[in-house]
Design a protein around this ligand. Structure first.
Ligand SMILES: NC(=O)c1ccc[n+]([C@@H]2O[C@H](COP(=O)([O-])OP(=O)(O)OC[C@H]3O[C@@H](n4cnc5c(N)ncnc54)[C@H](OP(=O)(O)O)[C@@H]3O)[C@@H](O)[C@H]2O)c1
Length: 249
């Protein structure tokens, strides 16, 4: 039975991935702050197939919780980091900006570094490296005026994954990284009062992620419309980009 640990699986993409893997016969360990949602998943499937752990990635104890999980669950085949928060914040409300930094940057570093160091001393067959995937975003492609911290934290996540991917080779750590960059997906992170273009369902997102992970892709951008958008954005020179004022989302 293959095993996955998913950080941030109480809703949205993380939960969608957990349910898909369970249905495909995997054993999963899932985390999040909402214990009721974790328990519901365990009751829906079984305590044998779904291991749960309450975890707030912003807290230092999150690393201890992960360590405990690894000691009982073992080294997973797939480690998926899906925890994240995001808001637009044109008013630059400090707590809003800083909470995104705490969850998306500090939280991710805490957890991903822990799993990286675990992989260093776990007896993983180098021919079957652990797959470590982080859900970042296409929003990390450019600084977005309406969502400064969100776009910047997503860029930081992508850069961090790239750095660790290089470090894994330097230190011969049997880990293969993937940076998953979705466009808009209909989950709780989207503001229900806003209209978003080109929104995908969670199921579609899970299909794209699974396909990319099976192929061992380093960077997974979806869907094709967002691939094109990212390509186009990258071609826009910075002085022109910074004069673009009509982007709403
Ligand atoms: N949906 C989109 O359009 C979209 C697009 C691009 C990228 N993404 C990225 O995809 C990832 C997943 O988001 P989603 O769309 O699936 O939204 P979601 O439904 O809100 O899921 C976010 C998950 O993160 C967990 N989480 C948040 N803060 C946490 C904390 N401090 N400690 C532990 N877990 C925490 C939540 O669990 P608890 O609340 O139970 O803690 C939840 O399980 C995020 O990184 C997001 O930025 C989403």
């Amino acid at each position: 039975m293959k095993r996955a640990i998913i950080i941030g699986a109480t809703s949205g993409i993380g939960r969608g991935m957990a349910e898909r893997l369970i249905k495909e016969g995997w054993q999963v360990a899932i985390t999040g702050r909402r214990i009721a949602a974790l328990t519901e998943m365990q009751e829906k499937y079984s305590a044998e197939r779904v291991i749960i752990a309450e975890m707030d990635v912003r807290k230092a104890e999150a690393a201890d919780t992960l360590e405990q999980l690894l000691s009982t669950f073992g080294t997973p085949d797939l480690f998926l980091y899906s925890a994240g928060i995001g808001w637009q914040n044109r008013e630059l409300v400090p707590d809003v900006e800083l909470s995104m930094v705490a969850t998306n940057c500090e939280g991710m570093v805490r957890i991903i570094d822990h799993i990286f160091n675990h992989a260093k001393q776990a007896h993983i067959d180098p021919k079957k490296p652990m797959q470590v995937a982080v859900i970042t975003s296409v929003a990390g492609t450019k600084g977005l005026g309406s969502a400064p911290a969100y776009s910047a934290t997503k860029k930081m996540q992508s850069t961090y994954v790239s750095a660790l991917s290089q470090l894994a080779r330097m230190e011969k750590v049997p880990v293969r990284f993937s940076d998953i960059r979705p466009g808009f997906v209909a989950t709780e992170i989207l503001n229900p009062d806003k209209k978003y273009p080109m929104v995908m369902t969670c199921e579609q997102a899970v299909n794209h992620i699974q396909r990319g992970l099976r192929r061992g892709k380093r960077i997974i951008i979806f869907d094709w419309r967002f691939k094109l958008l990212v390509l186009f954005w990258r071609l826009i020179p910075r002085p022109i980009w910074e004069r673009v004022t009509f982007i709403k989302n």
